[in-house]
Write a protein that binds this ligand. Structure first.
Ligand code: ADE
Length: 229
């Protein structure tokens, strides 16, 4: 690796990282801010994309194509689907899918368009590093499927559809689009999330209450991983 990209969706998801790395240079590009850091000799670029798949795709491809990052780590929060996941728990995606991509009218499976794939795998090597760090730090981290869509999910009905259709463990609004970009550009990546809510009727209240604390849990783990990549 020559240059590492670290992404979040919301400012709240990257604030703890900027506080940790402290000395950064801000570059404005494409209506967004990119923060360049050198940490123990490693060049890192940090950015939050703004919410959703389109902004996340723009930021991921900018980090790779303009800033020349060759590895991408994502840190943020997610809604739980798997009942074993509670608020504050960590999940790293083994693979990701787009739960709202739907041309089933033409006989295709949910999450699929011709030329694409339903699931995109995270980098096995980065998952190994994440597992090793979790073990050393005595952290409980679940590996599972993350489903992404341009919807804040706050109903059991939608949650059950995503669980049944994709066997997903958690959901959020950016991961799979970042995965599509990294897969197409051959850049190893992983998506790390800490649970902020359970994507049910209380999700919007829980999200507001736990966004900052869960973002911090995710970023604390991510900086430990940065030491090892
Ligand atoms: N990110 C965190 N919680 C979420 C939810 N319930 N739906 C979509 N994205 C989320």
């Amino acid at each position: 690796m020559n240059k590492l990209a670290i992404m979040g969706a919301m400012q709240e998801e990257i604030d703890p990282l900027l506080e940790f790395f402290k000395d950064y240079k801000t570059i404005e590009y494409a209506d967004n801010k990119y923060y360049e850091v050198n940490y123990k000799g490693l060049d890192i670029v940090i950015a939050h994309s703004k919410i959703g798949k389109v902004f996340a795709s723009l930021t991921a491809s900018t980090l790779i194509q303009k800033f020349s990052c060759d590895t991408l780590l994502f840190s943020g929060v997610a809604g739980a689907i798997n009942s074993k996941l509670n608020i504050g728990d960590l999940i790293v995606a083994t693979k990701l899918c787009q739960h709202d991509l739907d041309i089933t009218a033409f006989g295709h499976p949910n999450g699929y368009v011709p030329g694409g794939k339903v699931f995109i795998d995270s980098s096995k090597e980065l998952l190994e590093v994440a597992k090793k760090v979790a073990k050393n730090e005595n952290l409980k981290v679940i590996e599972g499927v993350i489903a992404t869509g341009d919807q804040f999910v706050h109903s059991n009905e939608r949650k059950e559809f995503i669980e049944k259709t994709f066997k997903a463990d958690a959901l959020e609004m950016e991961g799979a689009s970042v995965a599509v970009i990294c897969d197409a550009l051959d850049v190893p990546f992983f998506i790390l999330r800490a649970i902020s809510d359970s994507a049910n009727g209380e999700a919007n209240f829980d999200f507001d209450e736990f966004l900052n604390s869960s973002a911090k849990i995710s970023s604390n783990y991510l900086v430990k991983i940065v030491e090892e990549v």
